[in-house]
Ligand binder design. Structure first.
Ligand code: CUK
Ligand code: CUA
Length: 639
């Protein structure tokens, strides 16, 4: 088996080099023609048909694009501080980045998923995982703000996340790394049998969308990659890929791919709920941050979780089964009917498809070939529905349209391959530029995909754009998939590394989009709603300025009585009640970012003056013809 791995590795490097060698214009496939241009052209002032929420990867954020135009509308700050929107800098948002490791100013954002009702997109929230310091965030799609971030304990490399079940009952989060659970000082060589991988179920409140760490399943210490909830007939299950089932402590050596087959783990979460109800769990002490941004007070607070309920699959028959799947499966996807479970062995040339009904039958008949840590292993031949043979090199991820086709990305051969569900025949293939990771069809994670476009997200761009030094942009490519053959329409650059995206018809979101925050509903503890509320309050060396802003002045604008060594809090309320009239405020020498405050909102920053003098502040957002007059001074006197 070692030989196969080395062979694939060499091929992979060779093919990557070939694919990434700049080609001359005439040779380039899929160069835009007039009809492709027309298909992505959204005339000035008109709206796109779809929203695309594209993960920012190592930028830690979530970018919002329109499709088909590929225009970038917004970068929603999630796991990384963002000076443009004061995210993680303002006093209100700082707690959002709290974790049990402290205030973490950066994250690695991978997989956005939109909430669903009855297996269809409902456009209420987007969830996204943070890989590095395991967390799940929820973004409210009325405000496009991150309103909740919950840390996931007993996890490391929170990668098989964050996918929603059919009615958003749960957001699921799986660890990538096996780690000692609970963490302890242990030789890394003792990995095997000692390291575990927690699979977490975050219960989502159907009204408010609040997340709650409901329970975990403590899986063997394999590495876990991508998850996909069942839908339709497989609702109540979810599936996720494992690799390193050898439990090698180093993947550098070939030993992580010794096994010809790793597994897709099939988890019956309805059964898990029964076991929880019956009290078959252990309570494990742990500590994790749960950060909630309150839309009424516009302020975040951190609650600290103290324990988690844990299920051991060996003690819970029927909870987990392993489906053997060839060669280090990466992606795991389920078709819209819920019958087919796709596992893409990234060191393979085939795409393996399992059948849910066959799996259920095999379970019923107890057709097991063995077990791993008390988890039954099903027979490959019994559960396998077929495979898309020799489809390409290095299959990664699959999405589905609404006409019975799967679309799989091949990283090494750098292409998207369209195939037929049921017959597994390849229908079309189109190159990507270059080395595609995920792909996305709007609603492709639901029972109702909108099979108009597929968006491929590429790792390498080389010559595709104007060079910008050693670091060039990553990109997405849009294909029209309404015909038999796919047609490349558009390339557009992305923010950070796009891993996955979630797309949604614009109509589901845009009518609900909030225009202002109502001033009368503002419950911020330091709000100033009128001239009477404007004041400067001293408490020892702490000073609180209750300030208002409206076109085009601050109140108060000239502030005296501040001393070197004071801690000065600016609490600034934007009194505007018109759409699209934010104001900003920035203070010379403040060790923070500007604030960009929405109509009806209050935000705060802290300034610690070090030098005597008269120091200006001003509005940073061009808000009216008198924007340049929107300013003030603070006089700082000696201690
Ligand atoms: S991963 Cu990036 S290409 Cu995080 Cu879903 Cu497969
Ligand atoms: Cu307010 Cu510029």
């Amino acid at each position: 088996m070692k030989k196969t791995f080395i062979y694939l590795f060499i091929i992979s490097i060779a093919v990557t080099i070939i694919n990434c060698t700049p080609k001359t214009k005439s040779k380039q496939q899929g160069a835009l023609n007039a009809s492709a241009a027309e298909k992505v052209y959204v005339p000035p002032g008109e709206h796109d048909d779809f929203y695309a929420f594209v993960s920012g990867g190592f930028s830690g954020q979530l970018a919002v694009y329109g499709l088909p135009s590929g225009r970038l509308f917004k970068i929603i700050p999630v796991f990384s501080q963002d000076a443009e929107k004061a995210w993680g800098y303002s006093e209100e948002t700082k707690p959002m980045l709290n974790t049990s490791f402290g205030h973490i100013p950066w994250g690695d954002a991978h997989h956005p998923d939109i909430s669903q009702t009855n297996g269809e997109l409902d456009g209420r929230w987007v969830f996204i995982n943070e890989n590095n310091t395991p967390r799940i965030a929820k973004i409210d799609l009325t405000t496009f703000e991150t309103t909740e971030i919950i840390e996931v304990p007993n996890s490391a490399g929170n990668h098989s996340s964050s996918y929603v079940t059919e009615n958003t009952e749960y957001v699921i989060a799986g660890t990538r790394f096996g780690v000692p659970v609970p963490q302890r000082d242990i030789s890394i060589k003792e990995y095997k049998g000692n390291f575990k991988g927690a699979l977490s179920f975050l219960k989502v409140d159907p009204e408010e969308g609040h997340m709650d760490l409901s329970f975990q399943i403590l899986m063997p210490g394999f590495d876990y990659d991508k998850a996909h909830p069942g839908r339709g007939k497989s609702h109540g299950w979810f599936f996720y890929t494992t690799y390193n089932t050898e439990e090698a402590s180093t993947l550098l050596e070939v030993n992580a791919s010794q096994n010809d087959k790793d597994f897709i783990a099939a988890v019956n979460w309805k059964k898990a709920e029964e076991y929880i109800k019956a009290g078959k769990f252990k309570t494990m002490p742990t500590r994790y941050a749960h950060n909630i941004y309150d839309e009424e007070t516009h302020t975040a607070t951190t609650k600290w979780g103290k324990e988690v309920r844990v299920l051991d699959p060996a003690e819970c028959p029927g909870l987990v089964y392993f489906l053997p799947t060839p060669k280090s499966p990466h992606g795991c996807d389920v078709d819209p009917t819920g019958e087919y479970i796709v596992g893409s062995g990234k060191l393979s040339a085939d795409v393996t498809v399992h059948s849910f009904s066959k799996m259920m039958k095999a379970i019923e008949e107890k057709k097991f070939t063995g077990e791993a840590y008390g988890i039954p292993i099903l027979d490959f031949e019994t559960v396998n529905a077929g495979s898309v043979k020799q489809a390409g090199l290095g299959p990664l991820h699959t999405e589905f349209d609404d006409k019975g086709h799967g679309y799989t990305t091949f990283f090494i051969s750098s292409e998207v391959v369209k195939w037929k569900v049921g017959t597994w025949e390849v229908i079309d293939r189109k190159p990507t530029y270059y080395s595609v990771g995920h792909l996305m069809i709007p609603g492709g994670n639901s029972r109702k995909p909108f099979g108009k476009y597929v968006l491929a997200m590429n790792k390498i761009t080389k010559d595709r754009y104007l060079p910008t030094g050693p670091e060039v942009t990553q990109s997405a490519q849009l294909y029209d998939i309404t015909g038999e053959k796919m047609e490349l329409l558009l390339d557009f650059p992305t923010v950070g590394e796009p891993h996955y995206a979630a797309g949604c018809p614009a109509d589901l979101i845009k009518s609900k989009s909030k225009k202002i925050f109502k001033l009368e509903e503002n419950k911020h503890p330091y709000v100033a709603k009128s001239a009477e509320d404007v004041k400067v309050v001293r408490n020892g060396n702490e000073v609180h300025i209750y300030m208002t802003m409206i076109r085009s002045h601050f109140s108060p604008d000239n502030i005296e009585g501040i001393k070197v060594g004071d801690k000065v809090y600016f609490h600034v309320t934007n009194l505007e009640q018109d759409y699209d009239v934010p104001h900003g405020i920035s203070m010379i020498g403040a060790n923070t970012s500007e604030l960009l405050i929405m109509p009806g909102q209050t935000e705060s920053f802290v300034w610690e003056p070090k030098q005597v003098g008269v120091w200006p502040f001003y509005c940073t957002d061009f808000c009216s013809a008198l924007h340049q007059e929107m300013q003030g001074y603070v006089r700082v006197s000696p201690k």
